[in-house]
Design a protein around this ligand. Structure first.
Ligand code: ZN
Length: 203
């Protein structure tokens, strides 16, 4: 499965925060020699993983996390949440989301994660939230989606998938802040009778 959505919450040692947000690249991807984090020789002002043998500079860039806000009913009163079956935040609730894969669009990735984590049938709509999480080098994108039925068949990453009304949302048991922000915007827009597009930056 590779990286999970939850990797972004993994604590990063303070000393490495300024240039790293995931485990350091240990070996050169070209020749396998142990990489060294330093300023490259070409005038680049950012510390990079540089290979002391073949001189390859490895550029590490932010990752996209893509997901959906799947809703049920003509008025969209209920939202589908998944109870996580994997660490961290096992037992907490999340919207279906995960890391975008090579070769897919953001909407395709969001749809794939919704199938994998919830086994839901749905129709995907507009992009709803775009949330930068620069501390961990991630960009989270959530699309609105309409469920086409209420039979869910969650995969191994999910203990349970079920619908919640706004009053039922377990706000203190939501796994990730980007999910909490997205749900908050969803119910606020629903009350206002108009869905917008929301851009946020969070720590
Ligand atoms: Zn190398």
């Amino acid at each position: 499965m590779g990286l999970s959505f939850a990797d972004y919450i993994t604590p990063v040692p303070a000393a490495t925060l300024e240039f790293m947000y995931r485990p350091p690249l240990k070996h050169c991807r070209c020749c396998g020699t142990a990489a060294v984090y330093r300023l490259p020789d070409d005038g680049d002002t950012k510390v990079r993983a540089v290979c002391p043998s073949c001189n390859t500079v490895h550029y590490e860039n932010p990752l996209n996390v893509v997901g959906t806000v799947p809703t049920w009913g003509e008025d969209g009163a209920q939202v589908l949440l998944c109870k996580r079956n994997i660490e961290p935040r096992r037992g907490k609730w999340t919207l279906p989301a995960g890391f975008m894969e090579m070769g897919e669009t953001t909407a395709e990735g969001a749809a794939r994660e919704t199938v994998e984590e919830a086994g839901a049938r749905f129709e995907i709509h507009e992009l709803f939230t775009l949330i930068n999480v620069p501390r961990v080098g991630q960009l989270h994108l959530f699309y609105r989606a309409s469920l086409l039925g209420t039979d869910f068949n969650p995969g191994h990453e999910t203990m349970e998938a079920r619908l919640f009304t706004e009053a039922e949302i377990p706000w203190d048991e939501i796994a990730f802040r980007t999910v909490k922000e997205t749900l908050t915007h969803y119910f606020a827009d629903r009350r206002a009778g108009k869905f917008g597009f929301h851009v946020m930056d969070i720590d």
